[in-house]
Every structure is written in C-alpha cells, then in structure tokens.
Design a binder for this molecule. Structure first.
Ligand SMILES: Nc1ncnc2c1ncn2[C@@H]1O[C@H](COP(=O)(O)OP(=O)(O)OP(=O)(O)O)[C@@H](O)[C@H]1O
Length: 358
C-alpha cells in the first residue's frame, strides 16, 4: 500500500526547505532517520514519506499509519504535515545545519541576539546524532550541530577582526535541577538578574580556541542515562550546551546560543508508570515539554502571560525567546519504523502545534 502511495506521490526528497524559513523567528524542521538494521531484522518497515512540493514551496511529510479494519483486513491512514523544512533519511548533519541552523547563527551574530536550537523526539530517533554527530571519522555525519555552530561562530569572529572570545558551558536538567556536565555534575542554579537575563550560577565555562576544542571538552562530559528497550543510552535529561561570544573588555555577551538535546519525548507518557524511577522521570519530562510548547505558543500569539516559570527548562531559555533579535529553531526527529509509528505521530503533532499559530 505504501509503495503504491509513493508511486503516485511527488518524488521523495532528501532536503526540502521553505524559502521563508531562514527569516522566521521560530522555524520547525523534521528529520527522518534511516531504518536501522536491527529494525529491519525485526520485520519493521518504513512508514514515513518525505515530499517536496515545489509548486507550493512547502516541505511536507506523510506518516502512513498501519490499521486493521473491523473485518480484520489491513488498511493505512495517511497523515500529512507541513513544516518549514523536511529532511529525508539521506540528509546529512551538514545539510541540516546549512538550511536550518546557519541562518540563525548569522542573524544572532549580526544582531547581538540570543537564540535556541532544540532537538525533540522519541528515544532513538536521532536527536543526539543530529546535535553531537558521530564524533569520529570523516563521514557525512561525523560533525553535529554543536561543532558546526562553533565552527561558524569562529568564522564570524575572525570575519569581525577578532578581539572576541567564545566560551561554552554544558549542563543537564534532570528532575528540575541543573547539573554541570563539565564539572563532576555539581549542582548549579538558574537565576535571573534585574535586566531579565538568565544566569547559570556556578557553571564552569571554558574559553575555546576552536570548534575542535569544544568537541574535546564535550567528550569529557557525563550525561544521565538509563538503559531502555529501544536504546541502551537513552537520555532522560535535557542536555544544554550554551555558547556565548563575549567582548572581553566589557565582559558583555555579544550573542548567545543554547543548543538543547531534549530528553526522549516518550518518557512524558511514563508519568503513570508502575516503576517509581520511571514515574518521577516521566512526570518531570512531561511537565517541561508541555511547558516548552505552551511558552512558544504564548509568545507566538502575543499573549500577555508566558509561563516561563512553569519549568526549569523554559525559565532557563527565557532570554533566548524574548527580545526582538531572538530566534528559535526546532528540529523534530522521527524514526521511520512501523513499530514506532505512534511515537512518530506524537512528535509530528507536537511539532505542528508549536508552529500552528503562524
Ligand atoms: N540520520 C541518521 N543516519 C544514520 N543513523 C542514524 C541517524 N539518526 C540516528 N541514527 C542512529 O540511530 C540510533 C539512535 O540515535 P540517537 O542516539 O541519536 O537517538 P536519540 O534520539 O538521541 O536517543 P536518546 O533520546 O535515547 O538519546 C543511533 O545508532 C544512531 O547512530
């Protein structure tokens, strides 16, 4: 049925990005990863089609949900979503960076703004692969968004004649508390100053000389993980890499980027779990992901109240969301596997709700 659908649909595309995406204050992109060997071995099949519609210049994606009808025959329900950009399984981190993240970095550097790029999706859908990359070798995905952003910032700093410092801090938010991942997981506090700027007090920040130094630094970090059926290194914390470009004489921040690898979104559903650890993790993740969505929607609808204080994550990201020069990029990652279809649909609905006010 899926093959028949694809035969009659516009050709599948690897990268399809609307030309307005680079100028929007919030842009939402979806990345489909390839089917993994393990999924194929277990009889899984690809239920996600990515399509570029040139005539509307909109990137769309179709999730084919397998169904069984009342007479027990097989059926398929097609769910179509449109986003600022869609990446197919052969898209590389470099392509994702070039079309989704680079415009934000350039804008923030030129306008002295603050911005956030976050990866949202189910465990094992490719968030860490997108943000961190594979980390070794020369492959297409060896560098992730972290190092590609750092590379671009250093290029901008050189272009501006130097004299600026780049520094980075890396921490996680786990059960509503922040822990410094570059300083033995010491507890750190998020505080707001009288100008509304958010500070992570006690966070170790390293001054960097190159993007390679950032990768070295990150390789020494230790993020909270616990084994799950889908992914033995499943992330239950939100990991935040903050990179700042600073004017050394005045110590003023010229631009700031928060790059967030969110905890697996399926944990949100485990708030009702029988296991106490799972329940506590699930409840906290649920709260922060809901609050993130509510804050973005409140900002988009110009509501007088934005519930930043509803979670540590949104409190922390507040200064990247407010201000005329702020930018937000969401990269939702999905697995194409038939077994994960329900989780992928949840991710696609979340991504659509984040953006549907525009
Ligand atoms: N675009 C891709 N191309 C090839 N392999 C990929 C891609 N994205 C993810 N993978 C592979 O899928 C697996 C899961 O990816 P990853 O660890 O990035 O998931 P995750 O969403 O970060 O999960 P978690 O929330 O548990 O950390 C890894 O083996 C990774 O190499």
């Amino acid at each position: 049925m899926i093959a028949r659908y694809r035969a009659g649909a516009p050709p599948s595309v690897s990268v399809s990005v609307r030309d307005t995406a680079s100028r929007a204050s919030l842009s939402v992109f979806v990345r489909k990863r390839p089917l993994l060997d393990e999924e194929l071995r277990r009889g899984g099949f690809d239920v996600v089609s990515t399509c570029g519609e040139e005539e509307t210049a909109r990137a769309s994606l179709v999730a084919h949900e397998p169904k069984v009808t009342v007479d027990l025959s097989r059926a398929m329900e097609n769910h179509t979503y449109k986003f600022d950009g869609v990446y197919g399984e052969s898209a590389t981190n470099q392509q994702v960076f070039d079309s989704a993240v680079r415009p934000m970095v350039e804008h923030l550097f030129a306008s002295r703004g603050h911005g956030t790029c976050f990866a949202y999706g189910q465990t094992g859908s490719g968030k860490t692969m997108t943000m961190e990359g594979l980390g070794s070798g020369e492959g297409d995905n060896s560098a992730g968004i972290y190092s590609l952003v750092a590379d671009d910032l250093f290029r901008n700093v050189r272009g501006a004649g130097g004299g600026l410092t780049v520094r980075a801090g890396f921490f996680e938010i786990y059960r509503g508390k922040c822990f410094d991942l570059l300083n033995k997981k010491r507890s750190v506090q998020v505080m707001e100053d009288e100008h509304g700027a958010q500070h992570v007090v006690g966070l170790h920040q390293s001054t960097l000389a190159s993007a390679e130094e950032l990768l070295l630094l990150l390789s020494t970090s230790d993020r909270t993980t616990r084994a799950t059926a889908q992914n033995t290194h499943s992330s239950r914390s939100h990991a935040v890499l903050q990179i700042e470009v600073v004017e050394p004489a005045s110590e003023s921040v010229r631009c700031k980027l928060s790059l967030v690898d969110l905890a697996g979104s399926e944990w949100a559903a485990k708030a009702q779990s029988d296991d106490r650890q799972n329940r506590l993790d699930g409840a906290e993740i649920n709260k922060s992901l809901l609050c993130l969505k509510e804050c973005i929607r409140a900002l988009g609808s110009q509501s007088s109240h934005v519930p930043f204080r509803g979670s540590k994550l949104t409190q922390l990201l507040k200064d990247s969301f407010v201000g005329e020069n702020s930018r937000t990029v969401m990269i939702a990652t999905i697995s194409p596997c038939s077994v994960c279809c329900e989780h992928s649909l949840n991710t696609l609905r979340y991504a659509e709700r984040v953006k549907d006010w525009q």
